[in-house]
Design a protein around this ligand. Structure first.
Ligand code: PEP
Length: 244
């Protein structure tokens, strides 16, 4: 069966960028006809990001709905602005903030309940790849989210497979390495719900203007989650075009 999944390219600015960069992106970045383009700026720039030719995502959400949680941002606030996506479970949040699989499951569930589309991140550290247990590792990350969300996970979620050893290191997974894990993820999820055939699985980890096309040409790679290269308008434009 032909793959009819629409490609997506999401830029994760992490704790980078400023109003000048945002103005440049708003003026120059165009979403190609067949690609959903999303920019995930730091939270302070979310409001300013609206109204451009790309969709907007947050880099995190609170697991709480409202109240005494200093520094947190709720899904209701994202809805208030018209933010449509949220990166959840990025490896840097898992590392810097000790976010567990269970907490990430709660957050994905909360996002789905609020109508925010989660870009749910999974991926293994180098030791796990070297031990040859990548599938079991990502399966455990997925299981925790399925336990929290149930069948609604399949309606509006996006998965980003990001091997940690490839994030910000310049070491990209080869297209074959990435495709192998993407195919596993899709097969595993398809056993639970046929809708997994339509679920988008993005690759992230040192995607750049030179390697994007080959990665996006793989059967189960439906676009990318882009860190460093999403801060450069020319490179990011090439990456978006590579998905078209
Ligand atoms: C990321 O932050 O999700 C990422 C993939 O970063 P980079 O593209 O810089 O490796």
């Amino acid at each position: 069966m032909a793959n009819t999944r629409r490609k997506m390219v999401a830029g994760n600015w992490k704790m980078n960028g400023d109003t000048a960069l945002l103005s440049l992106f708003k003026a120059q970045l165009k979403s190609p006809e067949n690609v959903d383009v999303v920019i995930c700026p730091p939270a302070v720039y979310l409001s300013e990001s609206m109204g451009a030719d790309f969709a907007v995502g947050s880099q995190n959400i609170s697991q709480h709905e409202s109240g005494a949680h200093t520094g947190d941002i709720s899904v209701a606030m994202l809805n208030d602005l018209g933010v449509t996506y949220a990166i959840i479970g990025h490896s840097e949040r898992r590392q810097d903030h000790g976010e567990s699989n269970e907490l990430i499951g709660e957050k994905v569930n909360l996002a789905l309940n609020a109508g925010i589309k989660p870009i749910f991140c999974i991926g293994e550290p180098l030791e796990v790849r070297e031990q040859g247990t990548v599938f079991a590792y990502v399966q455990a990350q997925i299981d925790a989210v399925l336990d929290a969300c149930g069948e609604q996970f399949f309606d509006n979620s996006i998965i980003a497979y990001e091997p940690i050893w490839a994030i910000g290191t310049g070491k990209t997974a080869s297209p074959e390495q990435a495709q192998e894990v993407h195919a596993f993820i899709r097969e595993y999820l398809s056993e639970k719900n046929e809708a997994a055939q339509d679920l988008r699985i993005l690759y992230g980890g040192s995607v750049n203007a030179s390697n994007a096309a080959e990665l996006f040409a793989q059967a189960d790679i439906d676009g990318g989650l882009i860190g460093g290269a999403s801060l450069k308008i020319d490179d990011f434009t090439v990456i978006c075009q590579a998905a078209n």
